[in-house]
Write a protein that binds this ligand. Structure first.
Ligand code: 1HE
Length: 266
């Protein structure tokens, strides 16, 4: 098994705390965390390694004022890619983002400033998105003469629906604030997005890893299946998860009346 410490990273910082929570930090602030090939390769490496390294949850954040300005347009221009070259670039993006969405480790994204184009595709591969007051979301591909290539047609359309996605791409419409929450681009809008993300990550890390694995992979897989197949897969996953050793003490506590009750906070 590959160790986190063995990863050679240039554009991303990675840290693991004593609670098993990894912090993955995009670290090209001078380029507004534009996603070049090196960054995508590093995301593949990181999110291939975290699920096998005992990580219980991950925070995805960025250095600088912006989460990510999307595809590295300068690299793309300089490379003068063929259609086939760029298809392979996009397949690598899909590899990275699929590792995230289907990897089974809860990923909570801390969003600020621009979350645009491929930056929104990256954010939408996380399981929970927490925005701050200055966060804005956009899909400027149309204005750049481009099209989404990192899974937005699947994940962003899933979050906000086809009509809103088409509007964002045709008109350049940006979403921010409560409206961004209301349309589904993020689930939380708070003053301190990182503090909120850490609170969520710490809570999620208390769940048995197998439960989190199911939550953070099975639901996505099941969305890709027919209802009949999804119902079957759900029964199989529940058969494994709901009989796990790690659940027994929790069930015993509930049965004996000592478990916490589910009550609204505040
Ligand atoms: C970049 C990129 C980039 C900045 N690729 N280098 N994405 C976009 O269309 C968004 C493009 N970026 C922007 O609109 C702005 O940079 C921001 C609003 C995000 C930030 O503005 P600002 O004033 O803070 O920064 P800046 O002065 O525009 O940029 C600072 C540096 O970052 C500058 O480099 P420098 O060497 O001249 O200092 C910029 O060139 C660089 N930079 N954004 C490369 N995106 C799989 S398909 C996905 C398709 C897409 O993602 S399309 C969406 C592309």
């Amino acid at each position: 098994m590959r160790d986190i410490a063995d990863l050679q990273l240039r554009n991303i910082q990675l840290d693991l705390d004593e609670e098993g929570i990894a912090t993955v930090v995009l670290d090209r602030p001078e380029k507004r965390n534009a996603l070049d090939l090196t960054t995508i390769d590093e995301l593949v490496e990181i999110f291939s390694t975290l699920p096998r390294a005992g990580v219980r949850a991950a925070i995805l954040k960025a250095n600088g004022d912006h989460f990510s300005a999307g595809l590295d347009l300068v690299e793309h221009h300089r490379e003068n890619r063929s259609a086939s070259d760029f298809m392979h670039v996009c397949l690598r993006w899909h590899e990275a983002f699929n590792k995230m969405e289907y990897g089974g480790v809860p990923i909570i994204a801390v969003l600020k400033g621009a979350v645009v184009g491929g930056g929104l595709e990256l954010a939408s591969a996380a399981h929970i998105r927490v925005a701050g007051p200055d966060t804005y979301f956009g899909l400027p591909e149309g204005q750049r003469g481009l099209f989404t290539g990192g899974g937005a047609t699947i994940r962003v359309a899933d979050l906000i629906g086809k009509a809103r996605m088409i509007d964002m791409m045709l008109s350049g419409r940006l979403y921010r604030g409560q409206e961004a929450v209301d349309v589904g681009l993020c689930q939380y809008l708070v003053e301190d997005a990182e503090a909120k993300a850490r609170e969520i990550a710490r809570n999620a890390a208390q769940n048995p890893p197998l439960s989190n694995f199911a939550i953070c992979s099975a639901i996505s897989h099941m969305q890709n299946m027919s209802a009949l197949d999804a119902a079957y897969a759900e029964a199989v996953v529940a058969g494994v998860v709901n009989t796990q050793e790690a659940a027994k003490a929790r069930l015993e506590a509930f049965a004996s009346g000592t478990a916490n009750k589910i009550v609204p906070q505040g």
